[in-house]
Design a protein around this ligand. Structure first.
Ligand SMILES: [Zn+2]
Length: 120
């Protein structure tokens, strides 16, 4: 439950804050650019199954791979175009949000193992 609230809160609400900090004059435009970065999840379409709540996206899906993430950081560092940099920020934040899910999954699996171990 809290994992879902945190995940979608990051995907829909925190990006509003990012858009505001990035450039208040163009808040809604920036918000929609950041929302559009969620299209990166299109890479789930060629995974089997398409959605698996127990799967960590980072390092599994094409646009969530370590190389793709390095490219997003490269764009952020080397590209000066403001909108393209905002897209890179959105993609990196998307990876952070998905990464939190991975940590959550690993923590759940770790705590379940710990509970099982302490019952012995
Ligand atoms: Zn994702």
């Amino acid at each position: 439950m809290w994992q879902v609230v945190l995940h979608y809160g990051n995907h829909f609400l925190v990006i509003l804050l990012i858009a505001w900090f990035y450039d208040r004059q163009n808040l809604w435009r920036n918000y929609f650019v950041l929302l559009a970065t969620m299209l990166v999840d299109i890479d789930h379409l060629w995974a089997e199954p398409i959605f698996d709540p127990k799967r960590c996206s980072i390092g599994f899906h094409t646009f969530h791979s370590e190389i793709a993430i390095l490219i997003y950081f490269g764009i952020l560092i080397f590209v000066q175009h403001k909108t393209i940099r905002l897209i890179a920020i959105g993609l990196i934040f998307h990876m952070i949000t998905d990464g939190i899910d991975c940590l959550w999954l690993n923590f759940e699996s770790f705590s379940n193992k710990l509970l099982t171990f302490t019952k012995i």
